[in-house]
Design a protein around this ligand. Structure first.
Ligand SMILES: *[C@@H]1O[C@H](CO)[C@@H](O)[C@H](O)[C@H]1NC(C)=O
Ligand SMILES: *[C@@H]1O[C@H](CO)[C@@H](O)[C@H](O)[C@H]1NC(C)=O
Ligand SMILES: *[C@@H]1O[C@H](CO)[C@@H](O)[C@H](O)[C@H]1NC(C)=O
Length: 207
């Protein structure tokens, strides 16, 4: 019995430590901004209907981002949940990042794949799969999971070994109905051409 207050103190400390360092980040705001960025690309660049945020899909995406974030990090291994349409993005940084910054980074990472997409030979390719799912015309809903924690990252380079405290962010976006399925012949209609210069569009994000 006498040891229980002590135990409690440790438990509280452990719970508070990771939360404090990342506490400025609002998951809800991030999810809203990520959805908005998706729709800026969809409506503004590809003339396809915006996606609506679905909380059931978000709950499922959240479970998967928590799962990924629990894995030991020896190299960054990312696995798909096996659930229909899914884009995953991770970022680690020794600094905390804003919701807006992370939302833009994720969407730009997905969207930049358009540069590899061949409109004369539409079809599935791993290297353009994030892009084609994001702008897939027949997709109507999305859900977002975001998971973040403090990690220790070992870095060795130039004969130096350093150990960083870093923030690791895992973003999982799931889409319904699932788009860009391999071997399906719907790419020509579902992946529309950009209305404007992609380079001009992306320039706004590289400041
Ligand atoms: C949200 O997604 C779930 C899971 O696919 C689906 O059953 C539900 O109908 C969707 N909700 C709306 C409002 O479309
Ligand atoms: C990182 O370095 C520390 C100390 O040098 C070591 O104890 C730890 O196992 C290393 N972690 C990884 C993931 O390599
Ligand atoms: C777009 O793809 C869906 C499957 O995701 C397909 O059912 C639909 O017919 C395609 N749309 C067009 C206009 O071809």
């Amino acid at each position: 019995m006498s040891s229980s207050p002590h135990f409690l103190a440790i438990a509280v400390l452990l719970l508070l430590t990771p939360a404090c360092s990342l506490s400025d980040f609002s998951d809800e705001l991030f999810i809203q901004l990520l959805t908005r960025q998706h729709n800026i690309v969809r409506s503004g660049m590809h003339n396809v209907a915006p996606l609506t945020l679905n909380s059931t899909i978000s709950t499922r995406a959240q479970r998967w981002s928590d799962e990924l974030n629990r894995l030991p990090r020896s190299g960054m291994c990312i696995f798909h949940s096996g659930q229909g349409g899914e884009n995953i993005y991770y970022h680690w940084s020794t600094q905390t990042v804003s919701e807006q910054w992370l939302a833009e980074k994720a969407v730009v990472a997905f969207y930049e794949e358009i540069k590899q997409y061949n409109y004369n030979l539409p079809g599935f390719k791993i290297s353009t799969a994030h892009f084609t799912q994001m702008v897939w015309m027949a997709t109507t809903q999305m859900g977002v999971g975001i998971s973040r924690r403090r990690v220790k990252i070992n870095h060795s380079g130039c004969g130096l070994k350093q150990r960083y405290d870093a923030n690791l962010y895992f973003v999982v976006v799931q889409y319904e109905p699932h788009g860009n399925i391999i071997f399906q012949d719907n790419f020509k209609k579902n992946v529309t051409k950009p209305l404007r210069s992609v380079d001009e569009f992306l320039k706004k994000f590289t400041s």
